[in-house]
Design a protein around this ligand. Structure first.
Ligand SMILES: C[S@@+](CC[C@H](N)C(=O)[O-])C[C@H]1O[C@@H](n2cnc3c(N)ncnc32)[C@H](O)[C@@H]1O
Length: 377
């Protein structure tokens, strides 16, 4: 395995690992096994599709279709493909941080097999995204539906990881204040964005559109995060990561693609950091249950909570509920009940006594969140 250093120095003040912003040449499993464990925030993987094409495809005018028939896409059997899939997924999981996530893109040929392996290995599927192509390739054999989409599986490292990055608020704000849907509409990569070889032909058969990678990174990473791509190809992940102020690590076997990716990434100008700030709101933060403050000893059962003006007092019970007189319920429900309101944010309404004054219980939630982030839960 050899590393090709690129000029994407995104945070000069911070000491950078030597493998950051490089393309590692070699088989992805071997390369992944040499990286430190729990070192990357997000993985984007566009593995071989295992298309099983038998013979050339021709258009009605008999011209040959430029389909994916490369040797890297050939596997002898489903079993061989599954063994390969499990090997790289396992190696990828080792380098993923506990709160990291993985995206895998594929077509009907492989995505179901990949998804089953992911679940078998402990990954936890968070969403599947359909990338609907505005300009799909025609189905030249014409016998079935036109393949107009690819599927992406987005998964966390395991079922218990809760504080993975999902920029809910910024995605929603960018989508006319409507929650971003799981079907995305983008054209396939054409025009100037498509890398060409010396003959003017496609340099890489499956170059992904940068807009797709940008949506993925804007959804699931923060500036400065590390995005790893074990099937780097023409380097789309690296180009987008550099533009968006993220670090990347690419792994690719073919020297021709590495050279093209390196030139492509070197030409990318990162956006100003001021344009990369991610909009966040309360929803972007990990959820803390009130009872977890009792579990961790931050609040003891029997503690009295007050509103800011000490008009009402409530007792914390061991099960995480509050009691006022003969009423009991959640911090929110009891906060609303004492005021005669329909709803109340209990975190900001209730206070505990500290140093002779009152402190909002939201302060304890903030401390609990910091602990969760440090633990990578
Ligand atoms: C589907 S393409 C990825 C295309 C890429 N997303 C892009 O936008 O250009 C898969 C790439 O993985 C590479 N590849 C296949 N098997 C590999 C392996 N075992 N280790 C490293 N790279 C591999 C192939 O050479 C190919 O470039």
């Amino acid at each position: 395995m050899s590393a090709v250093r690129l000029s994407a120095d995104l945070s000069p003040s911070q000491h950078k690992a030597e493998w950051l912003d490089t393309i590692l040449k070699g088989d992805c499993v071997a390369a992944l096994n040499k990286l430190p464990e729990k070192s990357v925030d997000v993985i984007f993987a566009d593995p071989p599709y295992n298309l099983q094409l038998n013979g050339d495809l021709h258009r009605p005018d008999q011209s040959k279709v430029d389909a994916v028939d490369d040797h890297w896409d050939q596997f002898d059997s489903f079993a061989a493909y599954d063994a390969f899939t499990r090997a790289w997924l396992l190696a990828a999981r080792r380098v993923l941080k506990p709160n990291g996530t993985i995206w895998v893109i594929g077509s009907y040929h492989n995505i179901f097999r990949v998804g089953a392996s992911m679940q078998d290995l402990g990954y936890w599927i968070l969403n599947d995204i359909v990338w609907r192509k505005t300009n799909p390739m025609p189905n030249f054999r014409g016998r079935r539906f036109q393949n107009a989409h690819e599927t992406m599986i987005w998964a966390s490292r395991d079922a218990n990881s809760k504080s993975y990055t999902f920029n809910y608020d910024s995605l929603k704000a960018a989508n006319d204040d409507v929650q971003m849907r799981s079907d995305w509409l983008f054209p396939i990569c054409t025009g100037n964005e498509r890398l060409k070889d010396d003959n003017g032909d496609k340099l890489h058969p499956t170059q992904k559109p940068e807009a797709l990678l940008a949506r993925i990174m804007l959804a699931s990473t923060k500036p400065g995060d590390v995005v790893l791509d074990p099937f780097f190809g023409s380097g789309t992940t690296g180009a987008v990561a550099k533009r968006l102020g993220r670090h990347f690590v690419g792994i690719e076997r073919e020297q021709e693609y590495i050279d093209a990716a390196r030139a492509r990434i070197d030409a990318v100008k990162p956006l100003e950091s001021t344009t990369l700030t991610v909009l966040s709101g309360k929803r972007a933060e990990p959820r803390v249950a009130f009872v977890s403050l009792i579990d961790s000893g931050m609040i003891k059962p029997g503690t009295t909570l007050y509103d800011a003006k000490k008009r009402w007092a409530a007792t914390v019970r061991a099960d995480g509920t509050l009691a006022v007189g003969d009423q009991a319920g959640s911090i929110h429900r009891i906060g609303a009940a004492v005021q005669g309101f329909d709803a109340c944010n209990g975190w900001t309404f209730w206070h505990y006594e500290r140093n002779g004054g009152l402190t909002q219980i939201d302060e304890l939630r903030r401390i609990a969140r910091l602990g969760m982030e440090r633990a990578g839960a």
